[in-house]
Design a protein around this ligand. Structure first.
Ligand code: ZN
Length: 135
């Protein structure tokens, strides 16, 4: 396992545009991309701070993962994403250690990253994403 830094923190929000305004006007960060990930039923907005990004997530449908999360737990931190230098290898290691995975193979996330989620029941309740920058 070779994780290099916190790539991003994912935050579930009810109103993406209003939250973008807060991050820009109050926190003085610049939103550099808004992207819809149809697969995940989300609209995302990205901010860079140091090596780390903030990923705001707004559901595009009440039955999407973010819609369900907000219904159950309200707005707030949804996941933490660690940058992996070799996602395939990381997933193999996790499987050997019998860690429950939501994704046993990498799939495409926002910004073309390869991503995979670990199951929160094995991570003390934190939804952990591993991600690898596309070549
Ligand atoms: Zn993420």
């Amino acid at each position: 396992m070779n994780l290099t830094h916190i790539e991003h923190i994912g935050i579930a929000v009810k109103n993406l545009d209003a939250t973008i305004r807060f991050y820009e006007e109050v926190l003085n960060l610049k939103c550099y991309a808004v992207e819809e990930v149809a697969d995940q039923k989300v609209r995302t907005a990205f901010f860079q701070i140091g090596q780390t990004k903030i990923e705001l997530l707004e559901t595009t449908s009440p039955d999407g993962p973010i819609g369900k999360f907000i219904e159950k737990r309200g707005e707030g931190i949804h996941h933490i994403a660690f940058a992996s230098e070799n996602l395939n290898q990381s997933l193999i290691e996790l499987q050997k250690k019998q860690i429950n995975l939501i994704d046993d193979k990498p799939r495409k996330g926002a910004e073309g990253f390869n991503i995979a989620f670990l199951h929160p029941k094995d991570t003390s309740g934190v939804l952990i994403e591993l991600c690898e920058k596309p070549e």
